[in-house]
Design a protein around this ligand. Structure first.
Ligand code: ADP
Ligand code: MG
Length: 383
């Protein structure tokens, strides 16, 4: 991939480009916890966006998308471009300028192998790769945390997606064999060991390739239900601002004052945070069996208590549960479609992939996309 990007740069703009990469991500445990000020647990993967870049000394920047085979001239004093992919580049530069940076004009080619729209956050990989490349090329002095915010705000202001900061954080802070335990309230993070290969395991995603339309409306409903639960507890307990501040004891104490559905939603979030912390403790002991149980627990909660799964995802996780070679599996992302993430013993891997593919096809008439991932290095320069 990197060679292809550099070759294209040479053809279009000549010699001397520097090359950078920033990866997509998976999330091991911690779904719907971000907006409740809880924890998430993403890791960078071995699929990335690659950027080749060189200052051009002019006033107009030239950017070429290898995957769309399309070139755009960018004038950062003008309007945002028509192509969405170019808006990510445009937005990153504008957000940097917003924070006082002077970004000279450049030539750029980019492309990657993060599957688009599969829940691996190709968009954050793109923002992070562009941000990291510009920052290094022009010595802009932004920290990785600032680059993450620049990426997040690019989505808010130039794409119209009001995302959290997890994806950019994973892409910028990820490391090989480590996941990023991120506290969404303080943005403090801790790298936790996650090296399933060393424990004789592999990580694989099965993409159902369904996206049920419920996703965005139900997302808003879930947020409101969490807020309703917080409001009840906050009437009694001073200082409670989010579900992060609420324990199961508190929730149970004031259960009678809230709707049963609100209670179920809130207990999922509180338990999901606890599962994540317990999962990290297990990883610190190298205990992938216990960790896998937490992953299964996360799916159970998402499916039965938070009710954001769908029949395709539940079907995949049911097969996983019955297979002794699978340590853990769950839906990944906001729900109502997308991928499952699976931790599988290496010796059981091939048979498991075959089993899933065959059974899914028999049930739904098409094969799921199989995406094997290895937890890898975050944003970096390629020498
Ligand atoms: P994801 O879940 O993968 O982040 P999004 O819809 O948020 O999905 O982002 C996908 C968008 O990001 C694409 O429509 C495109 O504009 C941009 N993008 C991602 N990867 C690439 C790529 N390799 N080349 C060009 N644009 C890309
Ligand atoms: Mg995205």
């Amino acid at each position: 991939m990197k060679t292809k990007i550099l070759e294209k740069f040479k053809t279009l703009y000549g010699e001397g480009a520097a090359c950078y990469a920033s990866p997509g991500r998976v999330n091991l445990i911690g779904e719907h916890t971000d907006y409740n000020m809880g924890f998430v647990m993403p890791g960078a993967i071995d699929k990335a966006i690659y950027v080749a870049i060189k200052p051009n000394g002019g006033t107009i920047s030239h950017v070429y998308s290898v995957d769309y085979d399309e070139a755009v001239d960018l004038d950062f004093t003008g309007e945002k471009p028509a192509q969405q992919w170019a808006c990510y580049v445009f937005g990153v530069v504008k957000e940097m300028e917003e924070r006082g940076a002077k970004v000279p004009a450049f030539d750029m080619t980019f492309g990657g192998d993060v599957p688009l729209g599969a829940g691996l956050s190709s968009s954050a990989a793109l923002e992070s790769a562009v941000g990291f490349a510009l920052n290094d090329t022009f010595n802009l002095g932004f920290t990785r945390e600032e680059l993450a915010k620049i990426g997040q705000m690019t989505e808010h202001h130039y794409i119209g997606v009001r995302c959290g900061i997890m994806d950019q954080f994973a892409s910028l802070f990820g490391e090989k064999g480590k996941i990023v335990r991120l506290d969404c309230r303080s943005l403090e993070y801790k790298l936790e060991p996650f090296n399933p290969e060393a424990a004789g395991c592999k990580v694989v995603l099965f993409d159902t390739q369904v996206k049920h339309t419920l996703a965005s409306s139900e997302y808003n409903v879930r947020r409101a239900q969490c807020e309703a639960g917080v409001a009840v507890v906050a009437k009694h307990v001073p200082g409670v601002e989010s579900l992060r501040d609420v324990t199961m004891e508190m929730l149970d104490q004031y259960k009678d004052e809230m709707d049963e559905v609100v209670y179920r939603r809130c207990s999922f979030v509180i338990n999901e945070n606890q599962r994540l912390l317990d999962g990290c403790a297990a990883l610190e002991q190298g205990d992938y069996v216990t960790f896998g149980q937490k992953v299964y627990g996360s799916h159970e909660g998402l499916s039965k208590w938070y009710e954001v799964s769908c029949k395709e995802l539940d079907f995949l996780v049911d097969i996983a549960r019955k297979n002794p070679g699978v340590l853990g599996a769950r839906m990944m992302g906001g729900g109502f479609g997308g991928c499952t993430i699976n931790i599988v013993k290496a010796e059981a891997y091939d048979a498991y992939v075959a089993e899933i593919t065959e059974k899914f096809e028999k049930e739904f008439g098409r094969k799921p996309r199989v995406i094997e991932v290895v937890i890898s290095q975050g944003a970096h320069k390629i020498e």
